[in-house]
Design a protein around this ligand. Structure first.
Ligand SMILES: [Ca+2]
Ligand SMILES: [Ca+2]
Ligand SMILES: [Ca+2]
Ligand SMILES: [Ca+2]
Length: 324
């Protein structure tokens, strides 16, 4: 199989077959913060969601289901992790507390609902779905209500990610013949194309400082992680790896580093890597023979470690019920 076809097959297998109002209390704001990466892993022979400190310590498994739990996405304050699972028989978006408890079903539609991305005010979740016949971008309230369709195009429109001011949403579409990165207002208006090349450009990730959009592209042959400014200019290859493909970029909260997925040169044993914004200090974070993929990075309070009982978590949940 051609390498690009094989990569597409692998990615699509995971997708298709695996099928504020915030009022910070002083105590919450002072709670210790940890830099952590949520990801999915096949290490227990089906794919579940894990978290690991960004220095590689404190690996913790969050879901334990025979279903496929993929695409974890931290809420801005770190209390929730949205994810995609096929535990009800088709792909839906769920929310859980970042300690893995209180799983809540957000979508309930026989179509594929995938790739959740939180608005930075914590009020909305963008996702892609083929519920209207082809892939389009939608948003919903964080409780699953008020679903709005943002794109209406027979092309594939997918992989949404919000700008840090919640005004724009980056996404991928092949509406102009091949996959390019686009942005649009968060109501779907004022679509702008950022890339324009015959390569496959997809999986945009908006930097938390608002300056950059990272994405994966095979414009250099294999897939690498590229960074461009939010107007599509100054495109640079961050990974520049001639041996394997890089996918799924995810920014650190300080916009100084990125996590991404890469393999070992044979499209097997996918790992989560982290790298500095300038391409230095590449590190394999997971180092496990199973596939590790779909990283999402957060630096937020670790309430379930600081306060070890469920009672206290619930108390904090009550105190912080406006926290998304
Ligand atoms: Ca569904
Ligand atoms: Ca579409
Ligand atoms: Ca392209
Ligand atoms: Ca691995």
């Amino acid at each position: 199989m051609h390498r690009r076809q094989k990569m597409l097959y692998i990615v699509l297998s995971y997708i298709l077959l695996l099928n504020t109002g915030s009022v910070m209390t002083d105590a919450w704001a002072l709670a210790p913060k940890r830099s952590r990466i949520a990801f999915s892993s096949m290490r227990d022979f089906n794919i579940d969601i894990y978290i690991i400190d960004s220095d590689g310590r404190n690996l913790r498994r969050l879901t334990n289901s025979p279903a496929n739990d993929v695409f974890p996405a931290w809420s801005p304050a770190g209390r929730w992790i949205a994810f995609q699972s096929d535990r009800d028989g088709n792909r839906e978006i769920y929310n859980m507390e970042s300690n893995g408890k209180n799983i809540i079903n957000l979508t309930n539609n026989p179509a594929m609902d995938s790739s959740p991305a939180w608005s930075l005010d914590g009020n909305r979740i963008a996702f892609h779905s083929d519920r209207d016949g082809d892939l389009d971008i939608y948003t919903m309230d964080a409780n699953g209500k008020n679903v709005r369709r943002l794109t209406n195009n027979p092309a594939d429109d997918w992989w949404p990610d919000w700008s840090p001011d919640d005004q724009r949403i980056a996404f991928t579409s092949d509406r102009d013949g091949n996959y390019e990165i686009y942005t649009m207002d968060s109501d779907g208006k004022n679509v702008s194309r950022l890339t324009n090349d015959p390569a496959m450009d997809w999986q945009p990730a908006w930097s938390p400082d608002g300056q950059w959009i990272a994405f994966s592209s095979d414009m250099g042959g294999l897939f690498d992680i590229y960074i461009m400014d939010i107007n599509g200019k100054n495109v640079g290859n961050l990974t520049n790896n001639p041996l394997d493909d890089e996918l799924y970029p995810a920014w650190s909260p300080d916009s100084k580093r990125l996590a991404f997925v890469s393999g070992d040169g044979f499209l097997t044993d996918l790992e989560i890597y982290v790298i500095d914004f300038d391409g230095k200090n590449l590190r394999n974070l997971t180092q496990h023979p199973a596939d590790d993929l779909f990283p999402d990075w957060s630096e937020t309070a670790v309430t379930h470690s600081v306060f070890s009982t469920d009672n206290l978590i619930e108390t904090w949940g009550w105190l912080k019920q406006s926290d998304k």
